[in-house]
Structure formats: structure tokens, C-alpha cells
Design a protein around this ligand. Structure first.
Ligand code: NI
Length: 163
């Protein structure tokens, strides 16, 4: 495993639609491991492959309770409700915004063994899933933020980690 460099700022790879993974092979599994290590090292609660410069549909998530998910070709099947909360991104250091997200989502993805998984999530997990799947479409949280807030203030106080 190796730490990868997180791409920051408005690099074009962050704005590109990522390509689906067609075959789950050794390099794909290694990439997921590198992404996991890079996310924990940051530290962050989620990381999408475009954030390390690789335009493929791969995401890792851990909201901080050792609930690691490694998702291949994730997509949102259904959304319910709306909730506004603070959000940041490892690719946009220092920025925090108030972002409306669905309160509940149903997501489908392949796990590293190639098994199709359907997951229902709410709260922080639902927010991270939406944030990371947006990364695969070249969408950043600043596109959806209702307003930006002072990162030294509210977000730091809550001790939140970035996605
Ligand atoms: Ni992000």
C-alpha cells in the first residue's frame, strides 16, 4: 500500500466524469487500498479516485466508526428528504459550506469481491455517499453550497473531518 497525493484546487481531473470500472483486478484492488490509506492519513471520512488524479468510479468511506466501505461503480437509486449541514472536502482545504443533501439514500455498488450490494443510509453516511458520488460526476460541494462559512469557526468547533 502507498499513500497517494490528494489533488487540490480546481484541477481538471476533479471536474471530469469518471469512467466505470469494467474489471475488478489487482490494480483496482491496490488502488482501493491506497485510497483507504490516503483517506485515513489525511484524515478524512471519504475519498473518491479523481481526488488522487484517477478518473475511475471508485470511492472509499469511513464515517469514523470503523465502518469502512470500498465502493466500485456506486450509484444512487433513491433519495428522500433534505437536510442542510456543514461540509468540507479534502480537495478544497480550508473551505466549508452549508450544503443541502438528501436525508436518506439507497445506493448500489460492487464490493471489492465483485458482489452487488444495496445499501440504505441516513445522516452522515448518506451525506458522505452523496458527496463522493458527486466527485465521480465532476461535481464539488461548492457547486451546491447555499453559503460558505468561516472554517475557523463553526466547522472547526464541531471537529468535523473533510470528504
Ligand atoms: Ni470531497
Amino acid at each position: 500500500m502507498a499513500l497517494r497525493q490528494i489533488i487540490t484546487g480546481l484541477h481538471p481531473v476533479l471536474r471530469r466524469r469518471a469512467q466505470p470500472v469494467k474489471k475488478i483486478n489487482g490494480p483496482v484492488l491496490n488502488l482501493l487500498q491506497d485510497m483507504t490509506e490516503t483517506m485515513y492519513h489525511a484524515p478524512g471520512v471519504g475519498l473518491a479516485a479523481p481526488q488522487i488524479g484517477i478518473s475511475r468510479r471508485l470511492v472509499v468511506i469511513d464515517p469514523g466508526e470503523e465502518q469502512l466501505l470500498q465502493l466500485i461503480n456506486p450509484c444512487i437509486l433513491e433519495k428522500k428528504g433534505e437536510i442542510i449541514d456543514l461540509e468540507g472536502c479534502l480537495s478544497l482545504p480550508g473551505l466549508t459550506g452549508e450544503v443541502p443533501r438528501a436525508e436518506w439514500v439507497a445506493v448500489e455498488y460492487l464490493d471489492p469481491r465483485g458482489k452487488k450490494v444495496r445499501l440504505q443510509a441516513e445522516g452522515l453516511m448518506a451525506r458522505i455517499l452523496q458527496h463522493e458520488i458527486d466527485h465521480l460526476e465532476g461535481v464539488l460541494f461548492i457547486d451546491k453550497a447555499l453559503r460558505m462559512v468561516d472554517p475557523e469557526g463553526e466547522r472547526a468547533k464541531e471537529g468535523k473531518k473533510s470528504e
